[in-house]
Design a protein around this ligand. Structure first.
Ligand code: PFF
Length: 450
């Protein structure tokens, strides 16, 4: 219980770590493809509105509870409660969050392994090792196990080093790289034929879709997943943040970086798809929809890269480096949820606990790999579609109803003394108590019933 707690050493370190958690495969792959298949700019507009009106207040709920309780998600939710019932409920919600974070990591690790495979492939191709290249790019149990294990080890290695030397150091190194690679790739793709057609599909809004319930549900789910909400990740990161920092301001920056990078990623992915079309690749499914699933990343884009000759190898390497970086900074934040809980509850050493928990989660990944058709999509739906929104509601209710108003205000005033007279304090408590839970639940039941 009394293990010393780590802390982020600077505001920038925290912002890059939280943005690193938020910016992941969901931004670079999920957001652009959802936009293209949901009415282009109309989806972008709805997404931005929901991200700031619903996801941002929920993000603040997690950050505030975390920084106030200075503990892992289980202890934090239990300790802010004053009655026996809410204490039990908080502990249960906390454990549920730990399980869901671990399950998300188990499938994320598999997808990230695919990214690593495609990252190494241009190197083996350049070296003339065509057998290895073929092995890396063809789907097989052995390939999936090997690349997922490699990725899991990288994640464990970073988390074992702790907050400042692990999470903060690597997020601070990797996030600027991610941004630079993204910009360079966009500049390159924009000069290719077909890019402008893609840009139009991405940006020209089909306003008739704005009120489409399906679009709104997709946008809300995307906003929550993208900001890593509902599983305690942001709560735990918040618990390592100094009391000197201004929480509402930091929350706005993290939301802006996350939505901004999702938007910028769209400027890369959608035009790339249309460049591929220009070079003769099929980009629509038989039913006329844009190919958006794994085929997009592992077939359409690689075909495009290979049609570009030598430079295609560099582009492929850069693109899959970008995807791998995005995946690493997100996966470390997921592993931190169970690790911080176990370290603080058992008092055992962080490295040992990290490798034990990391191995258990990798065993779940292996189970998914062996039973791919039956389990893979099931676990994704169970975690992202059903559990994350409900847990998000629980975090809002705990921040809004269980954490006493005086304590809430006191916590917010640390680092931002003027908050009491500002707009945030006037609007946010109502939002987090009523508006967010109701809207999340309405959207949830709509999507589950749909
Ligand atoms: N935000 C990440 C993405 O957009 O890919 C995914 C994610 C990270 C979800 C961390 C949940 C989490 F705890």
């Amino acid at each position: 219980m009394s293990a010393p707690r780590g802390q982020f050493s600077s505001k920038l370190g925290f912002i890059l770590a939280a943005a690193g958690s938020a910016v992941g495969l969901g931004n670079i792959w999920g957001f652009p493809t959802q936009t293209a298949s949901n009415g282009g700019g109309a989806f972008v507009v709805v997404y931005f509105v929901l991200a700031f009106m619903l996801a941002y207040p929920a993000l603040m709920a997690e950050l505030i509870i975390g920084r106030h309780a200075r503990a892992n998600v289980v202890t934090a939710l239990g300790s802010i409660s004053s009655s026996r019932f809410t204490r039990l409920a908080g502990t249960a919600v906390g454990y549920y969050g730990v399980v869901i974070a671990s399950l998300i990591l188990s499938f994320y690790t598999i997808v990230a392994g695919w990214m690593l495979a495609h990252l190494i492939e241009p190197l083996t191709t350049a070296l003339g090792l065509s057998n290895i290249s073929a092995w890396l790019t063809q789907n097989s149990v052995a390939r999936n196990l090997a690349t997922a294990a490699t990725f899991a080890l990288i994640t464990m290695w970073i988390i074992a080093r702790g907050i400042e030397n692990g999470i903060e150091k690597w997020s601070t190194r990797l996030m600027p790289m991610l941004f630079a690679i993204l910009l360079l790739l966009i500049i390159y793709v924009m000069t290719r034929p077909g890019a402008m057609e893609g840009l139009a599909v991405y940006l020209v809004p089909d306003w008739s879709r704005v009120t489409d319930p399906g679009l709104i549900i997709d946008a809300l789910g995307q906003a929550f997943f993208s900001l890593s909400l509902g599983v305690g990740t942001m709560l735990v990161y918040g618990s390592y943040l100094s009391k000197r920092e201004n929480l509402p301001g930091i929350g706005v920056i993290v939301t802006l970086v996350d939505t901004g990078i999702a938007f910028i990623a769209g400027l890369l992915i959608i035009p790339s798809i249309y460049v591929a079309k220009h070079y003769g690749t099929t980009i629509f499914t038989e039913t006329g929809e844009l190919i958006a699933g794994p085929d997009l990343i592992f077939q359409v884009l690689p075909t495009l890269f290979s049609s570009m000759g030598e430079i295609g190898l560099v582009a492929a390497f850069a693109f899959f480096t970008l995807m791998s970086i995005a995946a690493v900074t997100s996966s470390i934040s997921m592993l931190e949820v169970p690790v911080s809980t176990a370290v603080e509850q058992t008092g055992l050493s962080r490295p040992r606990i990290t490798y034990v928990i990391g191995t258990v989660i990798f065993a779940i990944s292996a189970l998914l790999i062996f039973n791919f058709p039956a389990l893979f999509v099931f676990v994704i739906d169970l975690t992202t579609k059903y559990s994350e929104p409900l847990l998000g509601v629980a975090f809002c209710l705990f921040a809004g109803w269980v954490l006493h108003r005086d304590k809430l205000l006191a916590e917010l005033k640390q680092g931002s003394p003027e908050v009491e007279s500002g707009i945030f304090w006037k609007v946010w408590p109502l939002y987090v108590r009523v508006v967010c839970p109701v809207l999340i639940l309405v959207t949830f039941f709509h999507s589950v019933g749909a």
